[in-house]
Design a protein around this ligand. Structure first.
Ligand SMILES: [Mn+2]
Length: 321
């Protein structure tokens, strides 16, 4: 059952000690939402523990307050509630997801309402936007750092206010955040435009791998571990590369395949107009949003690729979707 921002704000008002977390391999929406809600609650006099599974990677480490995130938990003291942010399935929280009561705040179409309280709005641009609504409902403080982190969450999840999830409401909230001190130019330079040299090298290699299928309606980019090694790049450095194949005229579905381990691949899907990427990803045990989704697949590169292209073809032909 869906929980209102008011109800969640009331639980946060009543409690004193909270554990905040996001999914593994977090993005700016996950980390930005966590930092924003955390700082706002701290400014309201609450005790907050910010947890991530791994140390926060660049450029997310540039978000205000990122240095306060811990990767180990002291289990001696309990929490009044744990809050999972931007996480579609409980499995992506690991063991920390077992804390109760658990508040689930997210906007993924594939969210399965795993929390005790669930604020799930698939029409919301980002989890950051939902966090803003909870903060407003609770009357918790929105200082400059909070405004910046929510802005960063909305900006990155909407691809700088371009993707189909860009709503009038998201723009209104962004304007409100600007009035509270968020600077779009500064934040986008930090979060979107801060290419390291390894990222640029990796992009150069990635562009060379683009191939077209299904009469040019699917464009696919493949990154091997060897390419990451040669570029000196991290997984995070390939963020948003999947946009490049999608940008090509006539392409409906852009695909990025990343080799994460021996015979282990991570697929990122981006669709332009019709294809439901979340539904296509769910055929392979993944999920996400209508225009942006992903999944993992095991096997040789050719078998995972062929299996995917076959299913993608059925979706393009309108047999599914
Ligand atoms: Mn998100």
């Amino acid at each position: 059952m869906m929980t209102s921002p008011d109800r969640i704000a009331a639980v946060l008002s009543d409690g004193n000690r909270f554990l905040l977390m996001t999914h593994k391999d977090p993005d700016a929406d996950g980390i930005g939402s966590m930092l924003a809600l955390g700082k706002s609650l701290m400014d309201a006099g609450k005790e907050v523990v910010l947890f991530a599974h791994e140390p926060v990677q660049p450029p997310l480490d540039l978000l205000k307050g990122a240095s306060e995130i811990v990767t180990k938990l002291d289990f001696e003291r309990g929490f009044d509630a744990a809050v999972a942010l931007d996480c579609a399935v409980k499995g992506r929280l690991g063991g920390v997801g077992n804390h109760r009561p658990l508040i689930n705040i997210d906007h993924h179409e594939s969210n399965d309402f795993f929390g005790d309280l669930n604020l799930i709005e698939t029409g919301s641009s980002s989890t950051g936007e939902l966090v803003f609504k909870v903060i407003e409902a609770g009357g918790f403080p929105v200082g400059r750092d909070v405004a910046e982190n929510i802005f960063a969450a909305i900006q990155t999840d909407t691809g700088s206010f371009r993707y189909g999830n860009t709503t009038a409401e998201a723009l209104r909230i962004a304007a409100d955040l600007m009035e509270r001190g968020a600077n779009p130019w500064e934040i986008s330079r930090k979060m979107m435009d801060s290419y390291s040299l390894p990222r640029l090298r990796l992009l150069e290699m990635a562009l060379g791998t683009i191939e077209f299928h299904h009469e040019g309606r699917v464009a696919m980019m493949i990154l091997s571990r060897e390419m990451f090694r040669r570029a000196g790049a991290q997984q995070m450095d390939s963020e948003r590369f999947v946009d490049y194949p999608r940008f090509v005229f006539g392409v409906e579905l852009g695909v990025l395949i990343r080799e994460t381990d021996e015979n282990d691949y991570k697929f990122s899907l981006r669709s332009n107009t019709q294809l439901n990427a979340a539904r296509l990803a769910s055929r392979f045990g993944g999920g996400g949003h209508v225009r942006a989704a992903g999944f993992r697949s095991q096997g040789s590169v050719n078998s995972v690729k062929d299996g995917f292209l076959k299913e993608a073809g059925r979706f393009l032909d309108g047999a599914c979707g």
